[in-house]
Design a protein around this ligand. Sequence first.
Ligand SMILES: *[C@@H]1O[C@H](CO)[C@@H](O)[C@H](O)[C@H]1NC(C)=O
Ligand SMILES: *[C@@H]1O[C@H](CO)[C@@H](O)[C@H](O)[C@H]1NC(C)=O
Ligand SMILES: *[C@@H]1O[C@H](CO)[C@@H](O)[C@H](O)[C@H]1NC(C)=O
Length: 317
Amino acid sequence: MYAFLGISMKLTEHIPLLKILFLAHFSFIVGLQKAPRITTLLETVDVLLDHNATFICEVDSRPQADITWTRNNIQIRPYDSRYLTRENGQMLIIPNVKDTDNGEYCCIADNGIGEPAKSCGALQMKMKPQIKRHPTNVTLLIDSKAVLPCVTLGNPKPDISWIKDDDLVKISDRISILDYGALKIHNIKREDAGQYRCVARNSFGIVFSKLVTIEVQAPARILRVPKEKRVPFGTEVKLECNATGNPIPTITWLENGNTISGASIEETLVGQVILSVLRVVANKPALYTCLATNHHSGGANTVKATAKVTVSGRSFQ
Ligand SMILES: *[C@@H]1O[C@H](CO)[C@@H](O)[C@H](O)[C@H]1NC(C)=O
Ligand SMILES: *[C@@H]1O[C@H](CO)[C@@H](O)[C@H](O)[C@H]1NC(C)=O
Ligand SMILES: *[C@@H]1O[C@H](CO)[C@@H](O)[C@H](O)[C@H]1NC(C)=O
């Protein structure tokens, strides 16, 4: 048709009569032809994961229009194996839809007459919630902060909640759920220790993450410091020291800064508190130091407390 038009143009430049005839002929042809019109417009297609999506773009056009499709404004190549077309391109089929197929699809019909016609619609993959990244066990030092991830997929976007030891986690100024589903705890406290899981829910389903543990560690801390004592020469002196922490600290004793020989040490664990009782015969004045040590995720930590023991009833020169 263009070729014909081109030749005609050339001829008509010099022959006005032919020009008139040509124009009459041209309008006759145009009368039979028409620019494409899309009679069935694209609609938003909601499709579940792994199902087939179909867009329909019914075109009225003379002569028949070439129909091309785009996804997110990028043309789909005619033989792209990801897609199937039917009905001379008026139907686009996307088999086994994945979330990567989401986007805006358009059909463009062009027959060289007038403006091409275009219609667009979105592909929205509907999907049951899935957990893409689970939280993991964490060991944290008291007063630090925790972020437990819970990355989900799903459409509509799943609502995320968190469960601790079978109860819903309460949101507070210290505990929040971030936009992307992670649980964030500021200023970790001992009572935050426990078992957690996230729950993702949308209108298509619900899914639970793995169960994970938050362990809260605390540096060693002495609760009961040994008391200063004055005892008669040669008697047994009893010093007590107790400490807590997570892991449970170990307690050691020093006499004037050195390890002690010939002393009795008795340890008792009550809950998270370790009590150490030192019994030693007082035959000289001395300084006794209780050392409490533990190793936690922040490193090692030792605290100490010292008591002076003085001896009465005998003079030391
Ligand atoms: C999706 O399309 C494929 C190929 O066109 C076909 O074999 C399959 O049965 C279709 N699946 C559904 C769920 O319609
Ligand atoms: C997390 O810790 C628990 C014990 O508290 C253990 O049973 C589980 O296997 C751990 N999970 C992972 C993912 O390491
Ligand atoms: C440890 O010391 C504290 C403070 O003196 C005391 O309240 C607590 O009962 C002691 N616990 C043990 C197990 O000795």
